[in-house]
Design a protein around this ligand. Structure first.
Ligand code: FES
Ligand code: FES
Length: 176
């Protein structure tokens, strides 16, 4: 028996130890917002936050997360009160079929927290953190999230706009 806190609700689960975190969410908790694309860590459709960090939930076993806090797309907003990142994806036409979108949105929030913490990316000019979240930075940092519809330019616009709006309000870039 393990305990998972998912979207601030505690669940006790008796799982086959081979169950991935993705399958635990989708098949045992009926949280199907998190998508299964490749099931091999290659597409990012299954991205969730675990203790605030983004991970591919298909690549990890649920039993490895006993006591952890998981945030899925269902934990970010409701149809009546969208999360600002969800609103930005709508406003900037950041999706077509929408299959990759939950993973993109969750990944974007994790990515912005990483950026704020000063983590460099492959394209960062310096290893000491960087101040400008350029389109190139966003694209590189989101490169683990594949969009088969190729909505990438609008996804980058949506992420930048959501981040700029929060920065204008003096808020942090991430979930906080
Ligand atoms: S389903 Fe997990 S990375 Fe593709
Ligand atoms: S919107 Fe269709 S896969 Fe991204």
């Amino acid at each position: 028996m393990i305990t998972l806190t998912v979207n601030e609700t505690d669940y006790e689960l008796d799982l086959d130890p081979r169950t991935s975190l993705l399958d635990a969410l989708r098949d045992h908790l009926a949280l199907t917002g998190t998508k299964k694309g490749c099931d091999h860590g290659q597409c990012g459709a299954c991205t969730v936050l675990v203790n605030g960090r983004r991970i591919n939930s298909c690549l990890t076993l649920a039993v490895m997360h006993d006591g952890d806090a998981v945030t899925t797309i269902e934990g970010l907003g409701t149809p009546e009160a969208l999360h600002p990142m969800q609103t930005s994806f709508l406003n900037h036409d950041g999706f077509q079929c929408g299959y990759c979108t939950p993973g993109q949105i969750v990944s974007a929030l994790g990515m912005l927290d990483e950026f704020r913490a000063g983590w460099p990316s492959h394209v960062s000019a310096s290893l000491d953190g960087q101040t400008d979240l350029s389109d190139e930075e966003i694209s590189e940092r989101m490169s683990g999230n594949i969009c088969r519809c190729s909505a990438y330019p609008n996804i980058v616009d949506a992420i930048r706009a959501a981040r700029d709006e929060r920065a204008d309000k003096g808020e942090s870039e991430g979930l906080a």
